[in-house]
Design a protein around this ligand. Structure first.
Ligand code: NAP
Length: 251
């Protein structure tokens, strides 16, 4: 029997991460679902993964915290076996405002998770995937944002800058890991229907406000973003590395 691929998704309990976990389980991956605080949401994702025939486990850990990051990689391996794929997804925006009105704490917490945390997750992914040298098709997908090139003026330019860092990380790490046969790509979503708008930006009506500005005239569903992530995880993209794939409805 061929071993099933083993995927860790950071921030897998809700939104794009949850859609990715469930779609991956349906396509034959075993899945480690990281979450920060919403244990019930993570448990629901694990149940959906198991219903699809996958092995799955929920792993609590703050992806801004190095100790937690290292621990969840170890726990994922202990529960499911050596990792073959990682999705570096956990992220926040912080409350929207022009930069001149932004609190230092809002900026720092965004950079701690979206930049420092994401780079540490990528480092642990590089270590874990390199250690699993005999596995085929190893891949890391980072979740960026169209904000990296739009700049998010008046909303959260610090968040846009954090995602610019993810794009650079993707290009460089792809070149570092290519000789080992490990691919690194990013998905850059446009506005997507998730909790992030009400819970992180503080603007519950943000999707309705932005959707008319999108050439396709609507927000993405989390499944539409997960489809791109699954493509970049899979052997269907075997010759693609160092790419930032924009999935933003033309925006
Ligand atoms: P979301 O619905 O707010 O879900 C965020 C997920 O990340 C949850 O599972 C949450 O866990 C987890 N999380 C948050 N902080 C964490 C931390 N410090 N450590 C571990 N997990 C943490 O977000 P989303 O909209 O799906 O966004 C996912 C990614 O896509 C982010 O990187 C975001 O920047 C990016 N993105 C989103 C959009 C959009 O319009 N939605 C557009 C472009 C890019 P809990 O359930 O425990 O809170």
């Amino acid at each position: 029997m061929t071993a099933r691929p083993v995927l860790l998704v950071t921030g897998g309990s809700r939104g794009i991460g949850a859609a990715t976990c469930i779609m991956a389980a349906r396509r034959g991956y075993d899945v480690a679902v990281n979450y920060q605080s919403n244990a019930a949401a993570a448990a629901a994702v694990v149940a959906s993964c198991k219903a699809a025939g996958a092995r799955a486990v929920a792993l609590q850990g703050d992806m801004a915290n190095e100790t937690d990051i290292i621990r969840i990689f170890a726990e994922a391996k202990a529960a499911l076996g050596p990792l073959t794929h990682v999705v570096n997804n956990a992220g926040i925006t912080g409350k929207s405002s022009p930069l001149a009105q932004a609190d230092t704490a809002v900026i720092r917490s965004c950079i701690d998770i979206n930049v420092t945390g994401a780079i540490l997750v990528a480092r642990e992914a590089a270590r874990a995937l390199a250690a699993n040298a005999e596995a085929k098709g190893r891949a890391l997908v980072n979740i960026s944002s169209a904000a990296a090139t739009l700049g998010s003026p008046g909303e959260y330019v610090w968040y846009a800058a954090s995602k610019g860092a993810i794009d650079s990380l993707t290009v460089g790490l792809a070149k570092e890991l290519a000789p080992a046969g490990i691919r690194v790509n990013a998905v850059s979503p446009g506005i997507t229907e998730t909790d992030i708008h009400a819970m992180s930006t503080g603007e519950a009506g943000r999707v309705d406000r932005i959707a008319p500005m999108v050439p396709l005239k609507r927000a993405a569903t989390p499944d539409e973003i997960a489809e791109a992530v699954l493509f970049l995880l899979s052997d269907a993209s075997a010759y693609t590395t160092g790419v930032v794939l924009r999935v933003a409805g033309g925006r």
